[in-house]
Design a protein. Structure first.
Length: 244
């Protein structure tokens, strides 16, 4: 399989939302949420955006405290961390303000648990620097944040990642697969993957493997009848009745 980022419909929707935040009226409303089930490509999309914009990119941990957030942010910005939270936050605000790049927090559901103190810290940094903050997480993140009006009132855009369209799957096959995949097999991959990018990638790898083993120049649905294309590793085993 080739490497590369596929500019699918979720990516287009994400960029549109970024543009809308940039054009927002209220300067302080600079939070953006990106939510959706696992495997749709949220992390990969924001990672691509982070590289393109030189953003501060953090992945929240289950054990994060306000200090944990500040230390990781400071490390990323090469700011010294052997100081008080207050001082570190002031230095971070100075650095982010000068740099004017977005802040992205993946797995952000971990930042809203029993209190919103971590997000309040992020909000303060974003308010004072007027930079975009992208919070990425599962759908539960949105309901958790809704409990804190001081945070939710700052949200300018919410992007719900959706199942990929057949056209998205076709684009991925064309860009990433090292074998030509016929439209009927693309359709089957779209069905079996349920539009999840993670499973589309698995499916492309399976198709390449089978095509190579059978010296196929093109991969068409006929040659793959009854075959499980995608392995859901989280489910730990393929669906019953699959042959390989
Ligand atoms: N647009 C894309 N182009 C190429 N690969 C992608 C794309 N989106 C997702 N992937 C790949 O699909 C898998 C799942 O994506 P990920 O971003 O981890 O999903 P999520 O964060 O929504 O759970 C990863 O292996 C990732 O590299
Ligand atoms: Mg992710």
């Amino acid at each position: 399989m080739k490497k590369g980022f596929v500019q699918n419909s979720n990516y287009a929707r994400f960029l549109q939302a970024v543009k809308a935040v940039e054009l927002r009226g209220a300067r302080e409303a600079s939070l953006m949420l990106v939510t959706g089930p696992a495997g749709l490509g949220k992390s990969e999309t924001v990672d691509r955006f982070a590289v393109d914009t030189n953003a501060v990119y953090l992945r929240a941990k289950e054990t994060w405290t306000k200090r944990g957030l500040l230390v990781e942010m400071a490390d990323t910005l090469r700011i010294q961390t052997n100081t008080t939270n207050h001082d570190m936050q002031a230095r971070i605000i100075g650095a982010v303000g000068a740099r004017q790049t977005p802040i992205i927090i993946d797995e952000a559901e971990f930042t809203v648990r029993s209190s919103a103190s971590i997000l309040e810290c992020v909000r303060d940094i974003s308010d004072l620097t007027e930079t975009l903050v992208v919070l990425v997480g599962m759908e539960t993140m949105e309901t958790r944040i809704a409990r804190y009006p001081q945070i939710s009132s700052r949200i300018a855009q919410v992007v719900h990642f959706q199942a990929l369209t057949e056209q998205d799957v076709q684009l991925a096959c064309k860009q990433l697969a090292e074998v030509d995949i016929d439209a009927d097999l693309v359709r089957e991959l779209h069905r079996q993957s349920e539009g999840k990018m993670r499973l589309v990638m698995n499916g492309i790898a399976t198709i390449e493997r089978v095509a190579k083993a059978n010296s196929l120049v093109r991969a068409a649905a006929d040659a793959f009848k009854g075959l499980e294309l995608c392995i859901e590793w989280q489910a730990r085993r393929p669906r019953a009745g699959a042959t390989r």
